[in-house]
Design a protein around this ligand. Structure first.
Ligand code: SF4
Length: 248
């Protein structure tokens, strides 16, 4: 980490436990967003961990464990938030279990307020087919918002190369909806960099990735895609929906 980043972390250590105000967080973003734009992913994670301490976590969809692997190396014991929507593929849950078993992380599995059965009872069966935005809000957006309440910053595996919708994902940005700093250490990574990191480090990958699912969400809303197609074209295929709302 740069000397300046180390100094900042030292000066702000007291803020780790009680958290910072939104104004203080936005100030950090305006300075460090530009400073870290071209920094290696490890340095970005190091900065976030040093700056936010226990008020920093990463999230993972368990398509692969690249971000979790890197974060665990830089910050052993780091919190990994996983949203269990109740609709995941068994392979995704298996990847979550394997990551928890082999990496030095604290896995936090978050569930929505209602089980799928309770949601079906209130809204009718298969809400995802009739109103996927509401289903995502109930099973992803709101549970994540609540899970992040005790953190000032969260890291995601977002990459600009994934689709044109993510072109503007900043490395360190202000998530106004959540009132948090959003860190995307892999934002500038290409597909080739991800593959190289996986190979070089023996990183866990969801087996579905090698079975035609380059982007993996809930089972009812994820389809296989043909080789060469937009990796995210299998998500909510045919509905016009492209994001669950977590990153909007
Ligand atoms: S991805 Fe589909 S099943 Fe999962 S929360 Fe969103 S709408 Fe519901």
């Amino acid at each position: 980490m740069t000397t300046a980043a180390t100094e900042l972390a030292r000066n702000n250590r007291g803020a780790e436990t009680k958290g910072r105000t939104p104004e203080q967080l936005r100030e950090l973003v305006s300075h460090w967003g530009a400073e870290l734009e071209l920094a290696p992913a490890e340095t970005i994670i190091e900065w976030a961990a040093a700056t936010f301490g226990s008020r920093f976590c990463i999230t993972s969809s368990m398509a692969d464990a690249v971000l979790a692997h890197m974060a665990a190396r830089v910050v052993p014991g780091v919190d990994v938030v996983f949203l269990d929507t109740g609709y995941h593929f068994v392979e995704t849950l298996g990847t979550r279990d394997a990551v928890e078993a082999v990496l030095p992380v604290r896995m936090l599995t978050i569930t929505p307020k209602q089980t799928v059965a309770e949601q079906d009872a209130e809204y009718g069966p298969d809400l995802y087919a009739r109103d996927p935005d509401l289903c995502c809000r109930l099973r992803k957006v709101e549970p994540l918002q609540e899970a992040l309440a005790g953190y000032d910053a969260w890291a995601t595996g977002l990459r600009r190369a994934e689709t044109h919708h993510r072109v503007i994902a900043p490395v360190v940005g202000w998530d106004a909806k959540k009132g948090k700093v959003k860190v995307s250490p892999l934002a500038r990574w290409t597909d080739e960099q991800v593959e190289r990191y996986i190979t070089d480090n023996g990183v866990l990958v969801n087996p579905l990735v090698y079975d035609g699912y380059p982007s993996i969400g809930c089972a009812p809303c994820t389809r296989r895609v043909a080789a060469g197609d937009d990796p995210r074209s299998g998500r909510w295929a045919g509905t016009g929906k492209t994001e669950c709302g977590i990153h909007l």
